[in-house]
Design a protein around this ligand. Structure first.
Ligand code: SF4
Length: 348
């Protein structure tokens, strides 16, 4: 597979250009196309000589995804299935709202954590995404709307902190002025709770937002939802979150997928409130998205009651609307179906 030109260091690019008999300023032009103009093909770089575009094409890739399917839901959610250079596929979701456009990007093909209610987890783990494959999902969604998206959440397929180096490299390209230039406040990394990764994230020097999907507030409940291999002790996760807050001065988010009869009682809400107080976190409640099998969303009145319990304990909490459900683009649904629903557009 040819390397992505986005990941070739600037100095190496200038040396390569010299070998091609090209002036150094071409490196600036190329970076401008790759990042500021979000070009998806060398052929689009029309201020470069044809011979240079051909040489670039022969040695590098400008864009690492081949979108092969696009689905649009009535609530302005767009989901892409994209093929990677080795034929594996990932999904990316754009959620449009009047005040912001948020893209939810994948970090792995499948996921090694294998939470019991999650469609991605059922795929097992295939491989880590490379940094350009992660960043190019942002470019795909931004080009759909004609401008850079306003928010990025690393919450699609995969556990981002088990692919730390590639995710961090992609986010540096996303947030740096020489890259896409999206402010760190508009980027959120969502993890199932990998303590070492949370600490490393804090220590990058980029104060991206942190969201932790605890799934439940006791070890016993978590053991029913997360297989042991990547399930860290709650205490280690909370200590890592405290480290992240101390370093970044950011308020973290606790995400809880509410599962009927598993983690949705008033006692669960009280325990969660205690944890949220300890780590100074807000809480985002997400009703489980499965429509079949043993893991179901609680009835809406139970979700609302859980929310009210948290708010009565002075926790900043929200209950997430289930956007994108019609095209299986909601949390825990990515890559859950290989069949083609009727609202699908096959891309050329
Ligand atoms: S919920 Fe997140 S961490 Fe758990 S299996 Fe799904 S993608 Fe992986």
């Amino acid at each position: 597979m040819k390397p992505s030109l986005k990941t070739v260091p600037y100095r190496e690019l200038t040396l390569w250009l010299e070998q091609q008999g090209q002036p150094r300023f071409r490196a600036n032009q190329i970076h401008d196309w790759l990042f500021a103009k979000r070009a998806m093909a060398f052929a689009d770089m029309n201020n470069l000589p044809t011979t240079l575009r051909e040489a670039l094409e022969a040695n590098f890739t400008a864009f690492s995804l081949k979108p092969i399917r696009k689905q649009v839901d009535g609530d302005h959610t767009v989901k892409w299935l994209s093929e990677l250079g080795d034929g594996k596929t990932i999904e990316t979701v754009l959620i449009r709202a009047p005040e912001r456009d948020t893209v939810c990007i994948s970090s792995q093909v499948g996921c090694p954590v294998c939470c019991v209610f999650c469609a991605t987890g059922k795929m097992g783990f295939q491989r880590n995404l490379k940094s350009a494959e992660i960043l190019d999902q942002v470019i795909l969604a931004s080009n759909e709307i004609g401008h850079l998206v306003s928010n990025v959440v690393v919450m699609g397929m995969g556990e981002p902190l088990l692919n730390f180096d590639n995710v961090a490299a992609a986010l540096v390209m996303l947030s740096s002025k020489d890259g896409l230039g999206l402010g760190v406040r508009h980027v959120t990394v969502s993890t199932s709770g990998i303590p070492e990764g949370i600490r490393r994230l804090a220590d990058t020097g980029y104060p991206w937002n942190l969201a932790v999907s605890l799934h439940a507030a006791t070890e016993d409940q978590r053991s029913k939802l997360i297989p042991p291999r990547h399930r860290a002790p709650l205490e280690d996760i909370l200590a890592a979150m405290e480290h992240h807050s101390e370093v970044t001065h950011r308020m973290p988010t606790l995400e809880i997928v509410l599962v009927n009869g598993v983690n949705d009682s008033p006692e669960d809400a009280a325990r969660l409130a205690n944890i949220a107080h300890r780590v100074h976190a807000k809480v985002n409640l997400i009703p489980c998205n499965n429509d079949s099998g043993p893991y179901q969303a609680p009835p809406p009145e139970k979700c609302n009651m859980f929310l009210r319990h948290l708010i009565s304990r002075k926790i900043q909490a929200t209950l997430r609307l289930r956007k994108g459900k019609g095209i299986d683009a909601a949390c825990g649904q990515l890559h859950s179906k290989s069949t083609q629903p009727p609202d699908t557009e096959e891309l050329p």
